[in-house]
Design a protein around this ligand. Structure first.
Ligand SMILES: Nc1ncnc2c1ncn2[C@@H]1O[C@H](COP(=O)(O)OP(=O)(O)OP(=O)(O)O)[C@@H](O)[C@H]1O
Length: 689
């Protein structure tokens, strides 16, 4: 910097140092010659300049040391920060390691959770199975008890019968003994009586003789005494008084004798009375014997009468049986007429109860539950229009019968028991449950007190009752699953599921369906049904592990073939009872599923819509018109159980939840369509041999 710039240089830039400035260098300056003013001025300028530079240097040094100090402090700080960064980095590394460890633990836990969940699922399934098995076992035990009670009752009846015949034999024996005893007693009594009579007459005779002898002796004595007295009267006057005294004595003795005689006569009278009493008791005894003899005659005549009346009763019973048989035939005819009047396709609706865990129930009401129980009303979600009006949609449906959430399976069965009776009478009957997954189809059909166990129990009881009317029934059961448009035998080996080809053949002439490659079990006792259901359930469980939710995605058809023959009237009837648990009816959108699930969904939608088509065609078609049974495996299997020659009942099952409202309305609409269908008259499969 030049000296010229000095005047304009702002010192204020260094002003901060000005107050503290120590001019040590300026004092150190050499003395200037006082002779030359110019030179002195120049020296002054130099000095000033030097001062200035000194000041600057000092300031710079101070700045430098301050800067150095600051640098050192900053360096220190930087070192500290580096250290703390390093510490933080090592902490971060530690935390990273912990996080990695925790993540792996988390992954392990998730795997465990998954395992536990699948374990829980398996356990739930096992529990369900155990529950069902327990229910079936309870049924077994109940039936076993019932059989045991029947056995005991039979035994009791036999024992009573034996006891009665033993009692009769014992009575007969006692009667005979009694008669023999009476005979013996009478004999003894007669002998006694004869002995007594003989003894009495002998005693009487002896006594009479003794009296007579005594009288004669007394008379002889008296006569001799009289004679002696008469002879001696004259001679012995004085002796007269003695004799008179003697006479008095004799008289008194005579009186005594007479009294004795009277006493003896009294005794004789007594003996005669006794004899008479004995004779009268003898007569009474004889009368009694006669009475007893006449009683046994009366008894044998009563027996003959009874025998005759029994024969008459047997004949009357035979006639009554004949009449009963005729009435049974008439009953079947009338029963069928009633069924026809009710229509050959009936629709009933059942709303299941909500579980404790289910909230948000739909608004479902039963307007005529106190009277006919045929209506169900559903209210849609609440909506208010732009003008503020309540425009909540309300739907009302009417069916042959509506069951509310409180209804029990037994109550439901009451309504279908007539159709089960029809199957025994030779009709083809098809009862199916329709509704979305979880709406209660399986509960209604296959639970321990569901339609399948109750229907088979009724069939057994009814078949037994009809035995006395000459009917003998052969009952055969099969259980078929329709999954992905293929048939599976639920009574076959579980290894054969989805492998063994089950064939369905129709005999158009006999209007019968025959299954090939399937196991059909002859149900010769109620326990066999339980076994059958257990096998089917086991196979369904195996199938469920192959495809999740398979039971909801497949149709199951329980088929009972009932062939009855009447040995007396020569009648024969062949009926079939089909109990169908349909796959869940909810319409899954194809776009939302893929792969195996898509195929399942397509097949379910196809078979359910085919069922609707078949019912629709049956309702509208003329005789002989084409019915599209072949369009799905389900309708093909049920060909002869849907339509002209059969009676059909559809249960539309309804979930009580608001979340399922849309599906509920769809199901109820479908059911209404079916309800409005009128199918032709059913024909009974009866032949006369
Ligand atoms: N009437 C009822 N009373 C009591 N519980 C019922 C009733 N109906 C159904 N449930 C219960 O509701 C649940 C679903 O019923 P269920 O399994 O029968 O439905 P689903 O329609 O057969 O379903 P999926 O199509 O999956 O087979 C089950 O836990 C069942 O026990």
């Amino acid at each position: 910097m030049g000296p010229g710039a000095k005047a304009s240089r702002p010192r204020s830039a260094y002003g901060q140092y000005a107050g503290t400035h120590v001019r040590s260098k300026s004092h150190h300056s050499t003395a200037r010659p006082a002779t030359s003013m110019i030179r002195r001025d120049e020296d002054d300028d130099d000095e000033e300049e030097r001062d200035f530079y000194d000041d600057r240097m000092e300031a710079m040094e101070r700045q430098f040391s301050a800067f150095k100090e600051k640098m050192e402090t900053d360096m220190q700080k930087a070192t500290d920060q580096k250290e703390s960064i390093q510490q933080l980095q090592s902490r971060v590394t530690e935390l990273e390691a912990i996080r990695a460890r925790l993540e792996s633990v988390n992954r392990d836990l998730e795997t465990d959770l998954k395992d536990a969940k699948s374990c829980m699922k398996t356990m739930e399934m096992e529990m369900e199975m155990t529950k069902r098995n327990t229910a079936f076992e309870a049924d077994d035990i109940r039936r076993k008890h019932r059989n045991e009670i029947e056995d005991l009752e039979n035994k009791h009846e036999k024992a009573t019968h034996r006891w009665r015949s033993e009692k009769e034999a014992a009575e007969e024996k006692v009667r005979r003994n009694f008669e023999a005893q009476i005979d013996k007693l009478l004999k003894e009594h007669k002998e006694q009586l004869d002995g007594l009579n003989a003894k009495l007459s002998k005693e009487t005779e002896t006594e009479r003789n003794r009296q007579l002898q005594k009288e004669q002796e007394v008379e002889a004595e008296y006569a001799s005494k009289l004679r002696a007295a008469g002879i001696e009267a004259d001679a012995k006057q004085r002796e007269l008084q003695l004799v008179q005294g003697d006479l008095t004595n004799v008289k008194s003795e005579l009186d005594r004798e007479r009294a004795l005689k009277t006493a003896l006569q009294g005794q004789l009278t007594d003996a005669t009375t006794k004899n008479l009493t004995l004779e009268s008791s003898n007569t009474a005894m004889k009368e009694k014997i006669n009475f007893l003899e006449s009683d046994s005659q009366a008894q044998s005549s009563a027996y003959n009468d009874l025998h005759r009346r029994m024969q008459e009763a047997i004949e009357a019973a035979e006639q009554a049986h004949d009449k009963l048989r005729q009435e049974e035939t008439l009953r079947r005819k009338l029963f069928n007429q009633v069924q026809e009047l009710k229509g050959n396709i009936r629709v009933m609706c059942r709303v299941r109860p909500a579980h404790a865990s289910e909230s948000d129930p739909a608004k479902i009401s039963f307007p005529d539950s106190d009277t006919d129980s045929k209506e169900v009303a559903i209210q849609g979600p609440e909506k208010i229009s732009a003008t503020g009006k309540d425009i909540t949609a309300a739907y009302q449906y009417s069916f042959d019968r509506v069951f509310g959430p409180a209804s029990q399976n037994l109550e439901v069965f009451d309504e279908i028991s007539q159709l089960v009776q029809s199957a025994l009478d030779g009709y083809n009957v098809c009862i199916f449950c329709y509704g979305q997954t979880g709406s209660g189809k399986t509960y209604t059909m296959s639970s321990a007190d569901g339609m399948i166990p109750l229907a088979t129990a009724q069939i057994y009881a009814e078949a037994k009752r009809l035995e006395e009317k000459g009917w003998r029934y052969k009952i055969e059961g099969s259980f078929i699953e329709v999954y992905n448009e293929t048939y599976n035998d639920l009574l076959g080996r579980s290894e054969d599921l989805d492998k063994k080809k089950v064939e369905v053949r129709h005999d158009a002439a006999k209007k019968q369906t025959n299954l090939e490659n399937t196991v059909s079990i002859e149900l010769d006792g109620p326990n066999r049904v339980t076994e059958l259901l257990k096998t089917a359930d086991k196979n369904r469980t195996v199938a469920a592990t192959k495809a999740n939710m398979r039971s909801s995605r497949s149709h199951s058809v329980f088929i009972l073939k009932l062939v009855g023959t009447n040995g007396i009237t020569g009648e024969r009837s062949e009926g079939t009872l089909n109990l169908v648990d349909l796959a869940g009816s909810e319409r899954l959108e194809h776009s939302k599923v893929e792969g195996a699930r898509l195929k399942e969904t397509q097949n379910i939608n196809k078979s359910l819509s085919c069922l609707g088509d078949v019912i629709n065609a049956l309702g509208s078609a003329k005789e002989g018109a084409h019915i599209p049974y072949r369009n799905s495996k389900l309708t093909y299997l049920l060909q002869y159980s849907l339509g002209g020659n059969s009676k059909t009942l559809m249960f539309v099952m309804v979930s009580p939840l608001q979340a399922h409202l849309q599906e509920t309305v769809t199901s109820l609409k479908f059911a209404t369509k079916v309800h409005n269908t009128h199918i032709g008259t059913a024909k009974k499969q009866t032949k006369t041999a």
